[in-house]
Write a protein that binds this ligand. Structure first.
Ligand SMILES: Cc1ncc(COP(=O)(O)O)c(C=O)c1O
Length: 460
């Protein structure tokens, strides 16, 4: 199926699309016959959707920072769907999983198990403030659904305020609060009462604040809370995965507004929890404690799907109803993987490494910005980094075509990352990354930017 360029532009948000001409060119150049046969079979049997099938390539191994494909090529994975905090195929996590499988491989409902209890205790100890009650789920999306239900039950209200461009998962309730067209388009009536507000984006500030921020974005949330009067919760990603970092004071203002209007604050830290930003939880950078924190992704050690809702102790208000009740709720193997992951993060000082390597990379990215006009902005918090490519620094017109070419160019040189919103190169390497690996990746990126700028000059 061929799509018009304009149609594709409107769908760019969560990741690179599999329908673009650049994708077709890359496949034609790099994929051999055997891999193509597997890709064809994959496309034959999986439902097609724009962020996955048809796929780009077939993987055979992953370890540490690297992916390896069927053709034996290795790629540094600076995306990893944000699950590879402790590196792919982490030995400690694998051993914990194997050991647990030999002891208790599943936990039937009505029973509990020691790894699950230890994990809930550990998460309650780690989480800030009164966030002491845990509910586990097999996916971040499911945990978001549980948070929405608990907010309704605890407040007796159903409305929410969330942000345009945000992502909270792919189910109907999650896309109702999410703000990305690619998920919402053609999905039919979504949940009622889901108000959306603009995200706090200092680079593209809708309120025109830019370098002179007066927190109008937070004031607007307070305004909507007041107008509606009966909002159950404000739900948002503490920091957007495109590394759109809210301005200082934003979360405190929103927290105060929620308190003033009887709304709960739910922060979605599914991709960045457990240290990606250099702190265990992203909200700790902003000195704010939500009423509920939703985590996932890296929690399963890059192997198991596992997420958690961590709620304020006094929100334990629904003992007579079912909030989650997922088949794999207290899966002992997933919980053993999570415990081993947290041990790894703590004992190997991976949060400190995330902070140190994040600083190191940001310095290099700032230098690269001096060299490359294509870079309009660089942002980062620990090992969540974003490079916004623009055609012109004044107009800030997104350089989507160029971003895609950079992405396929780096892939050919062994570096994989995600492009979000069409023009933002998002870098999220594992927390185990070394300086040498970081240099290698940034050198590849630098080379590709040079090459593309050179091409632009020649064809101008
Ligand atoms: C911010 C955010 N929330 C929720 C989710 C959904 O998590 P899952 O894919 O585990 O359901 C994601 C996944 O990318 C995410 O990035």
């Amino acid at each position: 199926m061929r799509f018009e360029k304009k149609e594709l532009e409107n769908l760019r948000s969560e990741g690179d699309l599999n329908l673009s001409p650049h994708r077709r060119d890359w496949v034609a150049k790099h994929i051999d016959g055997e891999t193509q046969r597997w890709l064809d079979l994959d496309a034959r049997y999986f439902l097609h959707q724009s962020l996955s099938t048809p796929c780009l390539n077939v993987l055979s191994h992953c370890e540490g920072t690297y992916l390896e494909d069927l053709q034996g090529r290795r790629f540094m994975d600076f995306h990893g769907n944000n699950v590879h905090h402790v590196g792919f195929a982490n030995r400690r996590v694998i051993e914990a999983i194997k050991d647990q499988m030999d002891k208790l491989a599943f936990c039937t409902r009505r029973y509990t198990n020691i790894p699950a209890i230890k994990l809930a205790e550990k998460l309650a100890q780690l989480a800030p403030g009164e966030l002491n009650k845990v509910l586990l789920a097999p996916a971040g999306t499911a945990a978001i659904g549980m948070a929405l239900k608990l907010a309704r039950m605890a407040t007796g209200r159903f409305k929410t305020i969330s942000m345009w461009d945000s992502f909270h998962g792919a189910s109907l309730d999650a896309i109702s609060i999410g703000g990305e067209g690619i998920f919402r388009k053609d999905a039919g009536p979504l949940l009622p009462g889901t108000e959306h507000v603009p995200p706090p984006d200092c680079y593209r500030c809708l309120w025109g604040c830019e370098n002179d921020c007066t927190l109008k974005c937070a004031d607007y949330i307070e305004y909507v809370l007041g107008k509606e009067g009966d909002v159950a919760a404000v739900i948002a990603e503490t920091v957007r995965s495109t590394s759109v970092i809210p301005p200082a004071g934003f979360w405190q203002k929103v927290r105060a507004a929620c308190d003033a209007h009887g709304a709960l604050l739910i922060l979605d830290e599914i991709p960045h929890c457990l240290g990606r930003t250099g702190k265990m939880f992203t909200c700790q950078h902003f000195d704010v404690v939500p009423d509920m924190l939703v985590i996932g992704k890296g929690l399963g050690g890059g192997i198991f799907p596992l997420a958690a809702l961590i709620a304020r102790e006094d929100l334990d208000v629904a003992p007579d109803r079912a909030l989650g009740h997922y088949t794999h709720e207290k899966n002992p193997v997933a919980c053993a993987a999570a415990l081993a992951t947290i041990e790894c993060l703590e004992e190997e000082n991976l949060l400190a490494n995330a902070e140190r390597m994040g600083h190191y990379a940001m310095n290099r990215l700032r230098d690269m910005m001096q060299q490359h006009k294509l870079i309009g902005a660089v942002r980062g918090l620990g090992l969540l980094m974003g490079i916004e490519l623009v055609k012109d620094r004044q107009t800030k017109e997104p350089a989507t075509e160029e971003a895609e070419r950079v992405m396929y160019g780096t892939l050919s040189r062994g570096l994989s990352f995600k492009v979000t919103m069409g023009n933002i190169i998002t870098l999220t390497p594992p927390l185990t990354i070394t300086e040498q690996e970081m240099d290698k990746a940034l050198n590849i990126l630098d080379e590709c930017l040079k090459e593309i700028e050179e091409y632009e000059r020649k064809t101008a």
